[in-house]
Write a protein that binds this ligand. Structure first.
Ligand SMILES: NC(=O)c1ccc[n+]([C@@H]2O[C@H](COP(=O)([O-])OP(=O)(O)OC[C@H]3O[C@@H](n4cnc5c(N)ncnc54)[C@H](O)[C@@H]3O)[C@@H](O)[C@H]2O)c1
Length: 387
């Protein structure tokens, strides 16, 4: 295990009905609140009214940034920064999924910065401060509700880039499983794949002697596998929704990845796909990840054997390590397909024409990943396997 420091400042308020705590959570930060949300699901579900009632009850002055896109755009973040500056906002309140929360984070760190917030995404500047941010999560997927990461798309340059900062952690996040009952099947699936992919990025590691981290990872993977089909069969399955929600948060709040050299190559590849084609992040990961696994498993076959045996229950007796490892990878793909996740770029009408450009962009800051360092041609090969 590598040495590490760990701190996560986000207060989690978990459980049915916890939106009722919003007022008391917001109050300490001041009166001017910028409410950030997406294209309308919170209005359809009645959550918007609940949030407004909570804010009214504490006498908050509300300003709104609606219509944050899935794969949130830099132009929307710019709008939010202007609004926040114009109204001396005290707290940014994100109500939605990862896209809304990520946009709100970029607004929070962009407001006090004199340059363009995009500088943080292209590593031209370091984040030194941020406005307070709170979230009400509506979708189990990204873990953004309890981490300092944000992913923003610059539609003009067709680049999707992430930043991470201790100034971008939400101060508090409300996790009410009932708010996820209305998530449609497709986004439930995308979210499940996203959660599993976050775990994969931290589980497939060359770092030795990390048994606790590995078991955390395996526990989250099994929890998602056991619960996603229950939620698909019954969208109001209280236990399944609660378990998926907590699994999503635990998968990317830093705990399972401490002391571990992490990979993140598949996310790097997926960002290149969704930057150009605007496909859902989870769908891109579902296509890419099993191909990444097939491409790299020989770097450390024992970890892939362990994955097959412990997560999927593959019986290793009578099999070579290679056969066991490959059986685990095949089970992964079969599971994704069974729950309705995509397996090929062709399913989104994506052909081979931009693969070279994506491969070049993906390694723009150097090789991707650490389990196996991927150069341009490696990324291109994985993309070709994904066609
Ligand atoms: N910050 C991070 O750590 C991190 C990690 C992984 C991915 N991401 C980024 O997050 C974004 C994806 O976020 P996401 O997967 O949470 O999805 P999302 O926020 O893009 O939402 C997907 C869709 O679900 C809808 N939706 C959300 N909640 C709903 C509800 N309760 N009922 C009905 N519909 C609902 C939204 O309106 C939207 O159309 C991508 O841009 C991805 O790159 C961020």
């Amino acid at each position: 295990m590598n040495s590490f420091q760990f701190q996560n400042p986000t207060q989690i308020v978990f459980g049915p009905g916890t939106v009722s705590k919003l007022g008391e959570l917001v109050q300490p930060y001041g009166r001017n609140v910028l409410l950030v949300y997406g294209s309308g699901s919170i209005k359809r579900t009645g959550l918007y009214d609940q949030v407004i009632a909570q804010l009214n009850a504490i006498g908050a002055r509300m300003y709104e940034l609606p219509d944050v896109e899935p794969n949130p755009r830099l132009s929307t973040v710019h709008k939010g920064i202007e609004l926040a500056r114009a109204h001396s906002i005290d707290l940014i309140l994100a109500v939605g999924g990862g896209s809304v929360i990520d946009a709100a984070k970029a607004i929070a760190v962009g407001v006090p910065y004199e340059g363009d917030v995009w500088d943080f995404c292209i590593r031209k500047a370091v984040i030194r401060e941020g406005l307070p941010l709170g979230t009400v999560l509506t979708l189990a997927a990204t873990g953004s509700e309890m981490n300092g990461n944000s992913v923003i798309t610059n539609w003009e340059t067709q680049q999707k880039r992430a930043f991470g900062s201790r100034f971008a952690y939400p101060r508090f996040s409300i996790l009410d499983p009932e708010l996820t009952y209305t998530v449609p099947a497709s986004h439930t699936v995308n979210g499940a794949v996203d959660i599993m992919s976050h775990v994969f990025e931290q589980y497939f590691s060359l770092t030795a002697n990390t048994p606790l981290q590995e078991r955390f990872c395996e526990g989250i993977l099994q929890t998602v596998i056991e619960n996603v089909e229950l939620a698909l069969a019954d969208p109001q399955h209280a236990d399944a929704r609660a378990n998926l929600l907590w699994a999503g948060t635990m998968a990317l709040n830093g705990i399972i990845g401490v002391g571990v050299q992490q990979d993140w190559a598949s996310h790097g590849i997926e960002h290149e796909i969704s930057a150009i084609y605007d496909i859902p992040h989870g769908a891109g990961l579902s296509i890419v990840f099993p191909n990444w696994m097939k491409y790299v498993y020989q770097e450390r076959i024992d970890r892939f054997v362990q994955y097959a045996v412990r997560v999927w229950g593959v019986d290793p007796s009578g099999k070579t390590p290679e056969e066991t490892a490959l059986a685990g990878i095949e089970r992964t793909r079969a599971f994704f397909t069974r729950i309705g996740a995509q397996a090929t770029l062709a399913e989104f009408g994506i052909g081979a024409d931009k693969l070279e450009r994506m491969a070049e962009e993906a390694v723009r800051f150097g090789p991707l990943g650490s389990f196996k360092k991927l150069e341009r041609d490696d990324v291109l090969r994985i993309l070709q396997m994904s066609l």
